[in-house]
Design a protein around this ligand. Sequence first.
Ligand SMILES: [Zn+2]
Length: 112
Amino acid sequence: MTTGTAQPLKPLSLKKDGDGLRIEWNDGATTFAPFRALRKSCPCASCTEDVGKPIDPFRVLSAQEAAAGAPVPVGMKPVGFYAYQITWNDGHDTGIYPIELLRSLGENVSPR
Ligand SMILES: [Zn+2]
């Protein structure tokens, strides 16, 4: 087992890019995570509780959801060194996204 000298994974820059989030990482990778995927993967308690429930195909969008349209973050702030709290345009702001989740939701778009 090796421990120690590897740098913890860390975003160097986060940018809104079209309908997603482009992140440059300290290991040289660049990833692009669509906002829709990020919003769907919100790790907060109220969103993860919904996961176990059957999806209602006739579910009506709440007025807030309908007005908001496509999910877009209106704010992102670091939480400690390990996560980001994202505030969405539908008013949802309880999702704390661990760095590893942001990384795993992103597609690698590093220049070749
Ligand atoms: Zn949530």
